[in-house]
Ligand binder design. Sequence first.
Ligand SMILES: [Fe+2]
Length: 183
Amino acid sequence: MSKVFEEIKIIFTTGISEEYLGEDVKLVEHMLQCADLAKEAGAPDYLVVASLLHDIGHLLVDDAPGAQDAGIDMHHDVVGAEWVAARFPVSVAEPIRLHVAAKRYLITTQKDYLAKLSPSSVHTLNMQGGALNQEEVIDFISRVGAEDAVRVRLWDDMAKIRNKPTSKLEDFKEAIDSLALLS
Ligand SMILES: [Fe+2]
């Protein structure tokens, strides 16, 4: 078993019962659902793994309910991306770094996107800075991994169904092992 897979397994197992604040789904099941949606869409392995790990930052920081209620952003996107970047190629890490910015991008560029968001996601959107201005839109889309981040984001928004049967973490072991920089 690779060291990276083992680390992920520990983080997922430790956080198995952690609720996704304000959402009707647990964090780990949310990430597994997101990875399944990526797989079902025929996404390449690096994007399936990015989807699987996109919210790992929530499991790495103690973003206590009080923080969100108080409007404090714990920047789980950056925390998660840094952890992933130390273990996987840029193609996996950057969509994770940009998945919150992708929400802001989609809000700005797609009229009907806001209606697709959960109430909690709308709440955190304001905390995360809301819509982008024209300059920020151009800046976002020119970044490495931006288009992939938009894809992850759309699966992310759909992956919030409590008790939906999902793959197991082990089902992604091969993809994780093939992409991990450390063995
Ligand atoms: Fe998510």
